[in-house]
Design a protein around this ligand. Structure first.
Ligand SMILES: C[S@@+](CC[C@H](N)C(=O)[O-])C[C@H]1O[C@@H](n2cnc3c(N)ncnc32)[C@H](O)[C@@H]1O
Length: 200
């Protein structure tokens, strides 16, 4: 394993290296997955990312949004402020901070701080079965009819992190069968659904 990969688990050191320009923000989303998300977010006026980490996908989503649109980035940053600092710096360097509102909370706890209806949600937070089920409840509360919900790490792929099994099971047993939503695209580990025009 390369030194920088190992240092990613030492957030304060990684933050220092990022500040000095010696390390880049990291993401587990692939370029193809980010391109897919950016196509689906393009028409949104209000978008949400659940689980922002270092802000790599958030920056691309924000850049794809209309100039008057807003991206809410929701993450509790339970491991301390260093990862959040990297995310803020990365979004600043990509010149998209003006379109982003950062909420430091779990998706469930952020509900009161989010608009009542949103156009797009990217779910990439807690990958346990219970965690994704909670985020699915948040999606159903917030997403407008016709809106897009995208879920990361729910379509098994070679090399997918082992701790995604709960999320895969929640998607297969619960989310996939909701009659109010329809699968519109699969890209690697990503599944993209549209909410029916009457909601569910
Ligand atoms: C896989 S990373 C997200 C990666 C990011 N979406 C990207 O594309 O680079 C998961 C993140 O979810 C956050 N998280 C964990 N539980 C969460 C929850 N209940 N609500 C929101 N975010 C959560 C973690 O703090 C972590 O930063």
């Amino acid at each position: 394993m390369k030194l920088l990969d190992r240092l990613q688990n030492r957030p304060r050191i990684f933050n220092l290296l990022h500040r000095l320009g010696l390390a880049s923000a990291r993401s587990q989303t692939s370029a193809a997955e980010r391109a897919c998300l950016c196509r689906h977010v393009a028409e949104a006026g209000v978008a949400v990312e659940i689980g922002t980490f270092m802000g790599v996908t958030a920056a691309e989503l924000a850049r794809s949004l209309r100039s008057d649109a807003v991206l809410y980035c929701v993450d509790p940053y339970l491991d301390g402020q260093a990862i959040q600092a990297i995310a803020m710096r990365h979004l600043g360097r990509k010149r998209v901070l003006g379109k982003v509102r950062m909420i430091q909370a779990t998706a469930e706890d952020a509900l009161g701080q989010l608009p009542a209806q949103v156009d797009f949600i990217f779910v990439d937070g807690d990958h346990s079965f219970e965690g994704l089920c909670k985020d699915w409840d948040v999606v159903k509360k917030l997403l407008r009819p016709g809106g897009i919900a995208a879920f990361h790490d729910v379509n098994p792929q070679p090399g997918l992190r082992v701790n995604c099994e709960g999320a895969i099971r929640c998607f297969d047993e619960v989310i996939r069968h909701d009659p109010g939503f329809r699968l519109v695209e699969t890209c690697e580990s990503l599944q993209v659904l549209v909410r029916g025009s009457h909601g569910s």
